[in-house]
Design a protein. Sequence first.
Length: 154
Amino acid sequence: MATVADAARAAGGKVVGITPQLMLDHGIGDDLCDELVVTSGMRERKAVLEQRGEAFIALPGGLGTFEELFEVLVGRLLGYHDKPIVLLNVAGYYDRLIAAMEHGIGEGFIKPRSREAWHVAADVEDAVNYLRSAAPPKPPPPEAAAGAEPSAME
């Protein structure tokens, strides 16, 4: 993430860091952020990311990236948000994950309409073009904002 933040700053962008206190306690943080939001833990961090983000791009990453990706995917499928989700499939990094999701669809554990919840981009240009063309997110339905499970989960 440091490389992404540095590149954003170099291009004149604003960097907002959202990090749990534990990371700062271990000396892992970005002192150059335009805004640094410190959370009590990872669950709160993910909630703030989902609330404040207008879209989500999953770069190649580790378990934390997968966890955050699936959290926003499930949130979108349940109707908690309608924000675009992009898998930046650099050098085919996400090919096996996409194949696993397709396997889940084929086996009947994942609804086929789930494919509509994400976009697979082969490169940054594809990701940016997709985000530029995506409809702006709609506010969540009242039942999602109140914390109840939406009734139309199919």
